[in-house]
Design a protein around this ligand. Structure first.
Ligand code: C2E
Ligand code: MG
Ligand code: MG
Length: 491
């Protein structure tokens, strides 16, 4: 924190920014130009991973607008803009340019008071923006490439050191994303989608949405999600996590779907991000947690062999940041009669980032309940390694993009080996996600990866189908040698 305070003291005032001679020079650092071109980041479509960062920046600093802006010789390119329109504009002595030229953070608490003639956030925002804060975005060799900026329509009386620190942390997440992008490009897989496949998505398009493009972008609204919740339109499907060597089921991941009366069965990616944005993720998440626990308890009743089975639920950032999460989980366990070890909570790094300072406390109190903590989609996130070292996760779930590439060459295979070694050193269990082929399964087993999940073993099943699978005498739960998930479930 002392660090942040001293940084804040060093923060240039708006006046110094506006008077800066360097700013007028408008220089084009050749290293910056080279890196920006190599990354192919300038004139490209928005990407979820960057949008998630601007969204978090806006939420954490309670800003009206946020953007990730890269600056080349003549233009400012916004890779991601939250709550504002343009994606690129000619260099105009904007604040992003100043940050890039000087490599310093900039805070302007009240643009009007500072005099706005020579500096601005972005040309389209001249009239509205009163408050601005921005920090440099660097690539891994330290070259400043752009700025992470937030702005508000009201002036600010003061800026907390924690807020500036949060902004810097988020800028370092952009750095990590750029590094990952570079790695992916080197592996020739830049086109790899950043989220999991959505098998059920076809149903959505087949049923023919009737909304206009503008309505479609805003879909679903709070009212539609509330209505869906009231009408019981959400359902959970369950996918087994198995012991790779034997196929025995050790856990079930609960995966939400929306049984939409007109659009068909919708995958989470088509409504969970919107629910996260508009806050409906809280009641939907509460429903999911409670429903998964009740369902597991119903399956366990009269089936003592299911005792070791646990159900894993995905938590979103908003659920994680809400005060009293551990109390909520504790009372859920009490009302459903489950024990802590029957529940796993899956979090991605983006779940943890918005509340990074309180993360350790929350995770510790969940751990005290005996609940197992799973780091989901490992490798796709931000500064993955630093988080793993700091937080008490029990299970690391290797993202399926690594499993997919692992049989394609020595380098991707080495990445999986490194992740497995890291987990071993940290004493964590590993679940490899997205195992689709016997070749992948055998290779993972040989590498010492103990657990896995994927279509090879079983697709996500509805509760009835899962109930039948769990009741089958062929299905083994827990740990052992015999084969477990009947093969027909996978097809
Ligand atoms: P996730 O937690 O990483 O879940 C695994 C995803 O991989 C699931 O997609 C699953 O169907 C898919 N998958 C499993 N095995 C394979 C395979 O072998 N190949 C391929 N291509 N895909 C496989 P799904 O159900 O579409 O879920 C997507 C994401 O949505 C989840 O990723 C999770 O982040 C989120 N999600 C799902 N349910 C919930 C929920 O209740 N709450 C929240 N907050 N997020 C949820
Ligand atoms: Mg998950
Ligand atoms: Mg995952």
């Amino acid at each position: 924190m002392a660090d942040a305070m001293s940084r804040q003291r060093l923060t240039p005032t708006a006046d110094s920014a506006l008077r800066s001679e360097e700013h007028a020079a408008c220089s084009a650092d050749p290293t910056r130009m080279y890196v920006l071109q190599a990354l192919q980041i300038l004139d490209t479509e928005p990407e979820d991973r960057f949008d998630a960062i601007t969204r978090m920046a806006a939420a954490q600093l309670q800003a009206d607008v946020a953007s990730i802006d890269f600056v080349d010789a003549t233009r400012v390119w916004s890779k991601s803009v939250w709550n504002a329109r343009p994606r690129e504009f000619p260099r105009t002595e904007s604040f992003a340019e100043w940050i890039v030229e000087t490599g310093q953070m900039l805070v302007v608490r009240d643009m009007q008071a500072a005099g706005r003639q020579r500096g601005l956030y972005r040309p389209d925002m001249v009239a509205r923006v009163r408050f601005f804060a921005g920090v440099p975005i660097r690539c891994s060799n330290g070259t400043v490439l752009g700025a992470l900026c937030v702005a508000g329509y009201e002036p600010r009386a003061q800026m907390q050191p924690e807020e500036l620190l949060a902004l810097e942390n988020l800028a370092s997440l952009v750095t990590d994303q750029l590094e990952l992008r570079h790695l992916r490009q080197r592996q020739g897989s830049a086109a790899e989608p950043n989220r999991v496949a959505q098998p059920e998505r076809a149903a959505e398009t087949d049923s023919g949405p009737v909304e206009s493009p503008a309505e479609e972008a805003a879909w679903p609204t709070v009212e539609e999600l509330e209505y869906a919740l009231e009408r019981d339109q959400f359902v959970l499907h369950y996918q087994p996590e198995v012991e790779i060597a034997t196929g025995r089921i050790v856990g079930l991941e609960a995966l939400i779907r929306w049984r939409h009366p007109r659009r068909g069965m919708l995958a989470p990616q088509s409504f969970i991000p919107q629910a996260e944005d508009n806050g409906m993720i809280l009641p939907i998440g509460d429903w999911g947690l409670a429903h998964a626990c009740r369902q597991l308890q119903a399956w366990k009743r009269d089936r003592p062999w299911l005792e070791p089975l646990r159900v894993c639920v995905n938590l979103s950032a908003r659920q994680f940041t809400r005060t009293g999460l551990a109390d909520q989980i504790q009372s859920l366990l009490m009302t459903t009669g489950l024990r802590g070890h029957h529940l796993g909570l899956e979090m991605t790094e983006s779940t943890l980032i918005p509340s990074i300072s309180s993360t350790l406390g929350v995770l510790n109190s969940l751990q005290r309940l005996g609940v197992s903590l799973h780091m989901d989609d490992f490798g796709t996130g931000y500064s993955s390694l630093s988080h793993l070292h700091r937080f008490p996760f029990d299970v690391l779930k290797v993202d399926r993009s690594f499993v997919k590439r692992m049989t394609m060459g020595a380098q991707p295979l080495q990445i999986v080996k490194t992740i497995l070694e890291l987990a071993r050193v940290l004493g964590m269990d590993v679940v490899a996600e997205g195992i689709e082929t016997e070749e992948q399964r055998a290779m993972l087993e040989k590498l010492g990866c103990r657990y896995g999940q994927g279509y090879l073993f079983a697709k996500p099943l509805d509760a009835d189908a899962m109930g039948i699978l769990l009741a089958s005498p062929e299905t083994r739960i827990g740990f052992g040698r015999e084969a477990a998930v009947p093969r027909e479930v996978a097809s």
